[in-house]
Write a protein that binds this ligand. Structure first.
Ligand SMILES: Nc1ncnc2c1ncn2[C@@H]1O[C@H](COP(=O)(O)OP(=O)(O)O)[C@@H](O)[C@H]1O
Ligand SMILES: Cc1ncc(COP(=O)(O)OP(=O)(O)O)c(N)n1
Length: 457
């Protein structure tokens, strides 16, 4: 059988070999078998780690001890012709084989890496996991209750457990791999854009947004609208970036990256507001989440324009508007007190054209309440989103973090209400994880990368 495949010998050897390996990785063992090369004895490539160690060597086996299969008969014939076939088949390469690095790892290693991914899976990485293995496992048998390979392992106790592939270079064996065998770091992330001011303290603004995108495994791009000299105690100086430079940044990013969602934060004044609206009208700002930043929790004003212009300019272009209580008051020009008022405010803001409005109840709401309630108006429906209030003074940048987490999730393809709910959970966890931090002497930042170990560990 095998020799009939020698027609494939005209193809370039490397392509043939890769196809074979891919075939193995997908479980098409028969079809992916490599054809014989001229001048070489065809042999079946096997992962040496999967060798059945308890079976006798070929020359010691009783003839026809088992009913021969096609594959075994072929192997047996070659074993008979080639005495060197009786050597242990774990041939070790003596030279480094860097060309192997891009190849899929053996199945048992991929499985191990998947387990590692699951153990580490935080809120955002859950998406990478896919459905539980047992649901898709082609070898799943009735009675095997979905615990991976528990059933299959019973008869394989002598297999050396958790051993690295003897041929894998060290770097390769440490790479995490996805279900389809490709290393994780080759998966292209979606792209999100933040249009916001810089917070030199790193807790809010551009810095918080990029942290949040990264925590969601979304590639973050940025257009800087202002530079603030800021720490946990407040803002000591601020300067707007000129409209020409902001335009150039927008063109550089939007002209090159497949931006899937945009978050805006500090726009500083009417000029940049109009500029962003121009790009929105030109349909260049998909999934636009607008955090109408006007004043920090420490009381520093970050917007010098007309609040009403926010709604007039951006309202109809916005996917989601996320004012806090202070900002909702300024946008509507009236008091907002309590959850019923927040619902009314969300309804009123929605009349300016955004698809959805989220009135946030963190800063400025009843600090003694057990829950923090945000009100979401989305596609004509009102929804209260409640989360346990986290007792902490480290809550700097929660508004930026929430809006950029929503944008990241939209870039990842989450539907809007789920993106908002998931982002709120993410912020709550980020607040909890930073309660003991002492970064700065005022309200410190939240822990954007909670649930993830450092990549240096
Ligand atoms: N102490 C807290 N505990 C739990 N959630 C909070 C807390 N403070 C703020 N949040 C949440 O953080 C998000 C940002 O809200 P808020 O702080 O009001 O925005 P901003 O930072 O723009 O003032 C909201 O989802 C809010 O519910
Ligand atoms: C540069 C910059 N942009 C926005 C803010 C406001 O951030 P926010 O998330 O609303 O958090 P608080 O400042 O209110 O804690 C900022 N401070 N700086």
């Amino acid at each position: 059988m095998l020799h009939r495949r020698t027609g494939g010998a005209h193809r370039p050897p490397r392509a043939r070999s890769l196809r074979h390996r891919l075939g193995q990785a997908r479980g098409h063992r028969g079809r992916g078998h490599p054809p014989a090369r001229p001048g070489r004895t065809p042999r079946r490539r096997r992962n040496p780690c999967r060798r059945r160690l308890h079976r006798p060597a070929l020359h010691q086996r009783r003839p026809r001890a088992r009913p021969p299969t096609r594959g075994r008969r072929v192997r047996g014939r070659h074993a008979a012709r080639r005495p060197d076939r009786h050597r242990p088949r774990r041939a070790q390469p003596t030279q480094p084989r860097p060309h192997l690095r891009s190849r899929p790892r053996p199945r048992h290693l991929r499985r191990r890496h998947r387990h590692r991914l699951r153990r580490r899976a935080g809120d955002g990485t859950r998406l990478l996991r896919g459905p539980p293995r047992h649901r898709r496992h082609p070898r799943r048998r009735p009675g095997a209750h979905g615990r991976g390979h528990a059933g299959r392992r019973q008869g394989r106790s002598r297999r050396p457990a958790r051993r690295a592939h003897p041929q894998a270079p060290l770097g390769e064996s440490l790479l995490r791999v996805r279900r389809d065998g490709r290393p994780v770091n080759r998966v292209q992330p979606p792209v999100a854009l933040t249009v916001a001011g810089s917070d030199s303290g790193g807790g809010a603004g551009i810095q918080a947004d990029l942290h949040t995108f990264a925590a969601h495994r979304v590639h973050g791009t940025s257009v800087v609208t202002a530079i603030t000299a800021q720490n946990t105690r407040g803002v000591t100086a601020a300067a707007a970036v000129g409209a020409d430079l902001v335009r150039a940044q927008l063109d550089a990013v939007l002209g090159d990256f497949p931006v899937a969602a945009v978050k805006t934060g500090m726009l500083g004044g009417d000029e940049l507001l109009a500029l962003v609206a121009e790009y929105g009208r030109a349909d260049r700002l998909p999934n636009l989440v607008v955090d109408p930043v006007m004043v920090t929790t420490t009381g520093d004003a970050l917007f010098s324009g007309d609040p009403a212009a926010y709604l007039a300019e951006l309202g109809p272009l916005v996917t989601l508007l996320t004012p806090n209580l202070v900002e909702a008051r300024q946008l509507l020009g009236r008091e907002i007190d309590g959850v019923e008022d927040m619902r009314e405010a969300a309804r009123a803001l929605a009349t300016f054209g955004p698809r959805a409005v989220l009135v946030k109840g963190g800063h400025g709401a009843d600090a003694d309440s057990a829950d923090v309630v945000d009100v979401l108006w989305c596609d004509g429906q009102l929804l209260d989103l409640a989360a346990p209030r986290v007792a902490t003074r480290n809550d700097h940048g929660t508004g930026c973090t929430l809006a950029s987490a929503i944008a990241a999730r939209l870039a990842l393809g989450h539907p809007l209400p789920q993106a908002v709910a998931g982002a709120k959970v993410y912020v709550t966890e980020a607040l909890k994880a930073a309660t003991d931090w002492h970064l700065g002497t005022g309200p410190g930042p939240v822990h954007h990368h909670h649930g993830r170990r450092s990549v240096a560990l």
